[in-house]
Design a protein around this ligand. Structure first.
Ligand code: 5GP
Ligand code: ZN
Length: 117
């Protein structure tokens, strides 16, 4: 998709710090990390979010890459959090499906902060 930042990363038009790649998936470090390790895993094919006709094979490829990314980033043993912000209320800012893989430090138990808190 022409105006999609992550499609431009897939095509090489925008540089990224690539962590892992295969035929279906690209993983790269978040430009504005919110954890010591903050890597994004995306399908190379453009899907705006989980509701955008993502086939099971693509989903499997994306999630199968997560433990490999964790291993490459050195957080497989210590643990990590996997987040998909999907749509407006979840504050999804980039409309190309992506999985955040975050770790490198012990997290608080609560997972969600609401905007009015
Ligand atoms: P969202 O809120 O959509 O789930 O998260 C989008 C993420 O993409 C944010 O964490 C943001 O820092 C990251 N991001 C936005 N633009 C770029 C970019 O050009 N390169 C990289 N590596 N990450 C980006
Ligand atoms: Zn895209």
């Amino acid at each position: 998709m022409d105006d999609c930042i992550f499609c431009k990363i897939v095509s090489g038009d925008i540089p990224a710090s690539v962590v892992y790649e295969n035929d279906q998936v690209l993983a790269f470090d978040d430009i504005s990390p919110q954890a010591p390790v903050h890597t994004l895993v995306i399908p190379k094919a453009h899907h705006s979010d989980l509701g955008d006709g993502v086939d099971a094979e693509t989903l499997a490829a994306v999630f199968s890459a997560v433990p490999e990314v964790a291993r490459l980033k050195g957080i497989a043993e210590s643990g990590y959090r996997v987040i998909v912000n999907n749509g407006r209320d979840a504050n999804q800012l980039v409309a190309h499906l992506h999985v955040h893989v975050m770790g490198g430090k012990t997290m608080a138990h609560g997972m969600v902060t609401f905007a009015d808190e």
